[in-house]
Write a protein that binds this ligand. Structure first.
Ligand SMILES: Nc1ncnc2c1ncn2[C@@H]1O[C@H](COP(=O)(O)OP(=O)(O)OP(=O)(O)O)[C@@H](O)[C@H]1O
Length: 655
């Protein structure tokens, strides 16, 4: 049984509806160890026949059998495998991959064998030595002579250890000396027990083989044996495997490196957009953080004030009735318990406040604009001298004690007793509340000149009781266990309703102010980041255009890679990975630059405020990488599909 059998091969080309038959029923058998030359007039269909034998052409009728087994040329994958395992190509125009070195050109084919990296490299070197190119392995194809290029092509064709070598006019572009050398190499290949099928115009070349087949008018004119075929061996052939993704990545990386100048520009374009997105996001984080920080400095964001919700005043508590215990605005014990029992509420304290409190000492009087009770919300930070007020004690500010109550030194006021009186509006009438308290300490003067006093909760409650007022608070001060729970907790309290579905409480916290400020900052950040994002669309277009150009420029390479057995998918990955490499390097470059600028801006502003105004988070960096990957994937998708869909024969004939 012949190794390769062709049965009734017919092939026509169509121009419009007009049919041009090229092969009109070819029946041929080929044996291993033969060096067959196919001779025929120009345009006689020799290359067409070779493409069919080589598994590049699927559009024909008839049968190709390998070792007696029908090759299903309708199955693309089966043909990919056939080219990968069984066929090695040598062309008149060498068809080397221009951006790969001599060694890499041979390694491309070896990537589809089961050899490990070291073995692949040593086999490539061995083959290059065999064709006399051991000293040229680092050169690129454009640095070689025609004869040298053809020898690289021979080494590549042999790399995957194929049984059949197809050589389409292998000496067509060579001088006499190189022709002889190449023919010797082909003869040696046949001697190894392989089948060499070569197409030629030259009788001299044909005479170098063991058999000559003449084609005329699409049919076999003659089939002449010159010498017996060489003996075949049962030597085990190299194992083959589909191209691993890593190999596509390597080839993509090599092309990327080869084209580095051009690629740098694309990277720069993409990186600028990504950099702006990362930096603006970081700036947004920094500014919102700063605002939150500043607000948190003056008030505890975990602290929430709750008052009774009133429809009439549109939810606003009336300051004049704040101390009007027993009024509609006061909390009942059950309500306080209800709030205390709300999840994440860790502490609830009654909050009282009185306005315009007349304070007298030793005949001198002062008006304390706001008197409140000391709660866990208050810190001793603002106390200049003395300590927090205990029972029957009060804290007054420095201006009040020195300028109004006549103490020459604020410290002298400590321990002195003052009388405090204020009015509580209770319906139509006003009830006076009076108590005496010892000055426990002096606080820093209020920057707006507002006189402030702080007394203990018991003191104010006792004073209210003495005046016949209820101590039910109109305002509660509650603590939320964790900053992250403030929003949800206040929302929950705001939503509490009584049995007739009336809203009961109204909360206010600095968290809502921080939130609002941050909403504006986020809005501004997002607008800026979107503008930066638009530049990314431009980058994506740039990558698409470049990729399309690259597909056109690399059409021949695509044909070569398909011919050595790479599948459509492999070609697609080749372009996608190159685009991904561009995207990833852009993202690395962009984030690196953004971190540098972050450090620069933060260092420059350190004098203004000791705060990092740019805060690039891991999330921002991730976003940049995800964007880069998305852009490069999307941009590569169409060109990569186009590349993979190219007909390998057309691709090979590209200039
Ligand atoms: N893609 C194609 N579309 C239409 N006609 C084609 C196509 N490819 C080849 N042909 C025609 O088919 C015929 C056979 O072409 P082929 O290249 O197989 O001939 P050949 O014997 O190899 O010629 P040469 O010795 O000049 O290389 C020619 O007439 C050619 O014009």
């Amino acid at each position: 049984m012949a190794y390769l059998e062709l049965k009734n091969i017919r092939k026509s080309y169509f121009l419009g509806k007009e049919e041009f038959p090229v092969l009109k029923g070819i029946d041929l058998n080929f044996d291993l160890g033969d060096f067959v030359s196919i001779l025929g007039e120009s345009g006689g269909g020799k290359s067409t026949l070779m493409n069919i034998i080589g598994g590049l052409d699927r559009n024909f009728s008839g049968e190709v059998l390998v070792k007696g087994k029908l090759l299903d040329h309708k199955q693309e994958k089966e043909l990919d495998r056939y080219r990968r395992e069984t066929i090695g190509y040598i062309y008149q125009s060498y068809n080397l991959v221009s951006h790969l070195s001599v060694l890499d050109n041979v390694l491309v084919s070896l990537d589809m064998t089961t050899l490990n990296k070291k073995e692949r490299e040593s086999r490539a070197k061995e083959l290059l030595q065999k064709v006399g190119l051991e000293k040229q392995i680092k050169k690129y194809p454009n640095q070689l002579s025609g004869g040298q290029k053809q020898r690289v092509a021979i080494a590549r064709a042999l790399a995957s250890d194929p049984k059949v070598i197809i050589a389409d006019e292998p000496t067509g572009a060579l001088d006499a000396e190189n022709t002889t050398e190449v023919l010797e190499l082909l003869n040696d290949i046949a001697k190894e027990g392989r089948l060499v099928i070569t197409v030629t115009h030259s009788q001299a070349v044909a005479d170098a083989g063991t058999r000559i087949v003449r084609l005329a008018d699409g049919q076999i004119e003659s089939d002449e044996r010159l010498k017996p075929a060489f003996a075949t061996t049962d030597k085990e052939m190299l194992g083959s495997r589909p191209l691993p993704l890593m190999a596509s990545i390597r080839t993509a990386a090599k092309h990327f490196k080869y084209n580095i100048k051009h690629n740098s520009l694309i990277i720069l374009g993409t990186a600028i957009g990504l950099f702006a997105v990362v930096l603006f996001s970081g700036l947004g984080n920094g500014i919102s953080g700063y605002i939150g920080d500043q607000i948190a400095k003056v008030a505890n964001p975990q602290s929430v004030t709750v008052s009774r919700y009133s429809k009439e005043t549109d939810g606003e508590s009336n300051a004049a009735v704040l101390l009007g215990g027993g009024s509609k605005q006061a909390f009942t014990a059950d309500q306080i318990k209800q709030i205390k029992d709300t999840s994440h509420v860790s502490k609830v304290e009654n909050s009282y406040s009185a306005t315009n409190v007349n304070t007298t000492y030793n005949g001198k009087s002062a008006t304390v604009t706001s008197l409140t009770n000391w709660t866990s919300e208050d810190t001793t930070d603002s106390i200049k001298a003395g300590n927090a007020p205990k029972e029957n004690e009060v804290l007054l500010d420095e201006t009040t004690v020195t300028k109004r109550l006549g103490f020459s030194n604020y410290k002298d006021a400590i321990g002195k007793e003052v009388t405090m009186t204020y009015q509580v509006q209770n319906g139509q009438s006003a009830t006076p509340v009076t108590f005496t308290a010892k000055i426990a300490g002096v606080t820093k003067a209020n920057s707006q000149g507002i006189a402030q006093g702080l007394t203990s909760t018991q003191t104010i409650q006792a004073a209210m009781e003495k005046s016949g007022l209820s101590t039910a608070p109109t305002s509660l001060n509650l603590k939320v266990d964790n900053m992250d729970n403030v929003k949800a907790t206040t929302k929950k309290i705001d939503q509490i309703k009584d049995s007739s579905s009336n809203r009961l409480y109204k909360t206010s916290s600095v968290m809502s102010i921080i939130d609002q400020a941050q909403t504006y900052v986020n809005l501004a950040t997002n607008v800026l980041a979107t503008i930066a994002g638009i530049s990314l669309i431009v980058s994506a277009l740039m990558i698409i255009v470049t990729m399309y150009m690259s597909v056109s420029a690399r059409t021949k390479e695509i044909g070569i890679l398909r011919a050595i057995g790479e599948s459509k998918g492999d070609i697609q990955w080749l372009f996608i990975t190159e685009s991904l490499i561009t995207g990833l390097i852009s993202a690395i470059f962009a984030t690196g630059l953004a971190f540098l600028v972050e450090a620069g801006i933060n260092a420059a502003l350190k004098g203004t405020a000791d705060y990092a105004f740019v805060q690039i988070t891991a999330g921002n960096v991730t976003t940049a990488f995800v964007l880069a990957i998305l852009i490069s994937l999307l941009a590569a998708m169409l060109p990569a599909r186009r590349a993979s869909k190219l007909n390998p024969i057309d691709a090979l004939s590209a200039d």
